[in-house]
Design a protein around this ligand. Structure first.
Ligand code: SF4
Ligand code: SF4
Ligand code: SF4
Length: 227
């Protein structure tokens, strides 16, 4: 999994000059789903804004399964202001978590190799033993999803439950517990995977694609939302 210097520098520059800009874009799903890489897995996720009811079962499950301390989180669900006229108001929920960028600035800037991309799965992860707490990765992440774990004393973030649920052959905790099936997880390199079935049938967008990070978290836009 490469993190090209040229692309990262372009992305880093964009972070500086585009702060506060949403930077989202609609995409052609088929062109995204079939970026085959040496027959390896390339895990991604779809968050369906039209199915999310904001129950936060996903955030609770993430905290419990991954032993995330209070005060920090790997996953947040945010709620918009009310949309529409009363009594037909509705809310838009959004997921904030690591996007598992194929071209990840956090990996590129880490001086110790603690921030890395797992070659077998495409998951961007953290090696706690190698982390020296410099904070470069926190500063470099355009999605602001990294934090310092006060218990492990290491940078931390979502790793799709790679060392917990995935290691036990289960789906990520958030996907497992979502009551409305708003989350779909799977291998983007497998044309028959559940995630590719969703991507082939829904319009999706990804956040800040203009930065060149190539995120693997896709979102089905809320029908009352804006992208
Ligand atoms: S979203 Fe941030 S932490 Fe996750 S891979 Fe991308 S740059 Fe790294
Ligand atoms: S805080 Fe840790 S993971 Fe982040 S850049 Fe520094 S050493 Fe790497
Ligand atoms: S568990 Fe599912 S429905 Fe509930 S907040 Fe999370 S994504 Fe939305």
């Amino acid at each position: 999994m490469s993190c090209s210097r040229r692309n990262f520098i372009a992305g880093a520059g964009a972070v500086i000059v585009t702060t506060g800009v949403a930077g989202t874009a609609t995409v052609s799903t088929k062109s995204l789903a079939y970026e085959m890489e040496d027959g390896k897995k390339r895990y991604g996720m779809v968050f369906d804004e039209t199915a999310c009811i904001g129950c936060t079962a996903c955030t609770d499950a993430c905290r419990e399964v991954n032993d995330v301390p209070e005060g920090v989180s790997r996953l947040e669900i945010t709620r918009s202001d009310p949309k529409g006229e009363y009594p037909n108001t509705d809310y838009q929920f959004n997921r904030t978590s690591c996007q598992h960028c194929d071209n990840a600035p956090c990996v590129y800037v880490c001086p110790t190799g603690a921030a890395y991309t797992d070659a077998a799965t495409g998951i961007v992860d953290v090696d706690n033993d190698k982390c020296v707490g410099c904070g470069y990765c926190l500063a470099a992440c355009p999605y602001q999803v990294r934090f310092f774990n006060p218990e492990t004393k290491s940078a931390d973030k979502c790793n799709f439950c790679r060392d917990t649920n995935l290691a036990q052959g289960k789906l990520p905790a958030c996907v497992e517990k979502c009551p409305t099936k708003a989350l779909t997880f799977g291998d983007l390199n497998d044309p028959d995977s559940d995630i590719n079935k969703v991507l082939n049938n829904k319009t999706v967008y990804r956040d800040k694609v203009d930065l060149g990070t190539k995120p693997k978290l896709y979102k089905v836009p809320h029908d009352k939302g804006e992208i």
